[in-house]
Ligand binder design. Structure first.
Ligand code: IPM
Ligand code: MG
Length: 358
């Protein structure tokens, strides 16, 4: 059966890194029997430019029809002045919500070759292998009411709502426990239960669902402590499960443990197993168009796509091994290079991965 993949390059460095991921897919098709059909559509600022909306109807309609979506990145300063509903980020949040992609898997894995690229000491990060399970369609990102209003005294007030219903907590908890069962069977739930009622409920549900997974050891950690522990002793973690915003923040911190935010892929899955795959980094407008962005997080997102949406663990591993091989060869994009070390560009890195695929 031919699988369908929708490619959404987006903005900034998005099109450049996606081009390298597509090179990888093309080689898997021509040399390794991968049977996929690619289509492309606009999202984010590119969606606004093409159709006046960050999530054009055509894009969403196409996304609903495919097995998986591969996304670059969205956002750019030229869109900052647009009204909020038309900004690029709304396209990304919109497609997550519309497709029901509630489970966001963000693996922070240190390639041994990059132990010295991290700003943390080698002994702190060597062997690091964490999976962050971030809730992606609820919490303060989507809670109502939200807005900016003007009070009677003329002062303006901004407000958002952090809300989680039991079923939302339950389903992300289940994904987290299932993930832990396939790994080290240790789950750390990150919350702010010393302050927030919603966290109290979060904890309660995590404990309740945990009764179905007696083999998994559950721990709770406040988010401030978790942020500290991530930079103090990150190897204590196996699987972390947390809310939308805490997960956003902690995954950026975890990314730096692996040497660069340019290394972290992600998978966002819905209840049907349909998925969207994207690097966790942004559109990096400051380096867009210069051919210097690191395409590896996007290429590793293709590996996650192969594994989670196409059920092809063999090709997923082939891609991951190819990435390891180019790092062993010493290739470094600018974000990974040490001072004085020469860096390769986006396309050269992509070509090297393609060559290493065999
Ligand atoms: C991420 C990004 C997005 C988020 C932004 C671009 C809306 O930071 O995927 O981590 O906050 O979820
Ligand atoms: Mg983020």
């Amino acid at each position: 059966m031919t699988h369908k993949i929708l490619v959404l390059p987006g903005d900034g460095i998005g099109p450049e890194i996606i081009a390298e991921a597509v090179k990888v897919i093309d080689v898997l098709k021509s040399r390794h029997g991968l049977d996929v059909e690619l289509d492309e559509a606009a999202i984010g600022g590119a969606g606004y430019d093409a159709a006046g909306h960050p999530l054009p109807e055509e894009t969403l309609a196409k996304a609903r029809q495919v097995d998986a979506v591969l996304l670059g990145a969205v956002g750019g300063p030229q869109y900052d002045a647009l009204e909020r509903a038309l900004r690029p980020e709304r396209g990304l949040l919109g497609i997550r919500k519309e497709l029901g992609l509630f489970a966001n898997l963000r693996p922070a894995l240190l390639y041994p070759e990059l132990a010295d690229a991290s700003t943390l000491k080698r002994e702190v990060v060597e062997g690091l292998d964490i999976m962050i399970v971030r809730e992606l369609t609820g919490g303060i990102y989507f809670g109502e009411p939200r807005g900016i209003c003007t009070l009677e005294n003329g002062e303006r007030e901004g407000f958002n709502t952090l809300v989680y219903s039991e079923h939302e907590i339950e389903r992300i908890a289940r994904v987290a426990y299932e993930t832990a069962m396939k790994r080290g069977k240790r789950l750390c739930s990150v919350d702010k239960a010393n302050v927030l009622e919603v966290s109290e409920l979060w904890r309660e549900v995590l404990i309740r669902v945990g009764r179905e997974y007696p083999e998994v050891e559950l721990d709770h950690m406040y988010v401030d402590n978790a942020a500290m522990q991530l930079v103090r002793a990150p190897k204590q973690f196996d699987v972390i499960v947390t809310t939308n915003m805490f997960g956003d923040i902690l995954s950026d911190a975890a990314a730096m443990l692996t040497g660069s935010i340019g290394m972290l892929p992600s998978a966002s899955l819905n209840e049907k197993g349909q998925g969207m795959y994207e690097p966790i980094h942004g559109s990096a407008p400051d380096i867009a168009g210069q051919g210097m962005a690191n395409p590896l997080a996007t290429i590793l997102s293709v590996a996650m796509l192969l594994r989670h949406s196409l059920g092809n663990a063999e090709l997923a591993e082939r891609v991951e091994k190819a990435v390891g091989a180019v790092l062993r060869q010493g290739l470094r994009t600018a974000d990974l290079a040490k001072p004085g070390e020469s860096a390769v560009g986006t396309a050269a890195m992509g070509d090297a991965v393609v060559a290493a695929l065999g």
